[in-house]
Design a protein. Structure first.
Length: 269
């Protein structure tokens, strides 16, 4: 059974990022492009998708689940006839609220989002602010200074990282969006500048290379990466002899923050 990933002892502020239930890089229709270019629509799309999956997982009975799928298909056809962002927003709000009206036969009633909650959560964001603009803001907020102190180069070399790993760039999935974070060597070099890290070691598990750090009075913790070409993706968190795979969107978001926090002593408080 997969161990649930929990990163403790860190403080951070999570900037708002709005993803959608489909890949915006592959958006083809006019409606999809509108959703991907509007923060409100993106957030509404997320909430509807979450509500839909939540209700399908709940015990509402086979008949209700069949109806839920059928009405969702019909709603998508209606949504795709919208010509304006306002039409799309109204359509989403109505569907978000009605999708959780199915009675639960047994068990705890699922925690559904309401359309009002989604709008309130957006706070002061302009509804016309694009997902890409918000994504850029999020990227800037998690990037460390792009520098590698010269006196750390020798320390990095002593770790004897593989050439493939050393030449890679770290990519993180931050709240649903893939972010080009920073080169591996630059990241490792910044770890040596963190005075709260007692020691740094190179680790590996099979074909997955990584880095382990040790803080005074705390057990060592490591991060393994999956290398694809010159791209390094977080694969797992290592604590002691246990390897916790990073699989869900929540796991990836937590690890994005964790990897960034290691370069800042303040973020580790």
């Amino acid at each position: 059974m997969r161990v649930i990933l929990v990163v403790l002892g860190l403080c951070w502020v999570i900037p708002p990022v709005y993803a959608v239930s489909f890949d915006c890089t592959k958006a083809a229709s006019t409606v999809e492009k509108k959703i991907c270019s509007d923060s409100l629509l993106g957030k509404l799309d997320d909430a509807l998708s979450a509500n839909f999956q939540t209700m399908l997982a709940a015990n509402i009975g086979s008949g209700a689940k069949k109806d839920l799928k059928a009405t969702q298909k019909k709603w998508l056809q209606e949504r795709n006839r919208c010509q304006s962002n306002q039409c799309l927003a109204d359509s989403y709000k109505k569907r978000i609220d009605e999708i959780c009206d199915y009675p639960v036969i047994s068990g705890v009633y699922p925690d559904c989002h309401s359309a009002e909650e989604v709008v309130v959560d957006l706070g002061g964001l302009n509804q016309n602010e694009s997902v890409s603009q918000v994504g850029k803001a999020a990227t800037a907020s998690i990037e460390s200074p792009k520098k590698l102190v010269a006196n750390n180069l020798e320390k990095v070399k002593q770790l004897k990282l593989s050439e493939k790993f050393s030449n890679s760039v770290i990519y993180v999935n931050y709240l649903g969006q893939w972010v080009d974070y920073m080169p591996v060597l630059q990241w490792v070099g910044l770890l040596f500048d963190n005075k709260k890290i007692e020691s740094i070691q190179s680790i590996s598990a099979g074909s997955y290379p990584g880095i382990s750090i040790k803080r005074p009075g705390r057990p060592a913790i490591g991060v393994l990466f999956r290398i694809e070409g010159k791209e390094a993706y977080i694969y797992a968190l290592v604590t002691g002899d246990e390897v916790h795979l990073v699989e869900t969107a929540a796991d990836h978001s937590q690890m994005a923050i964790f990897v960034k926090s290691l370069t800042s002593a303040d973020a580790m408080d």
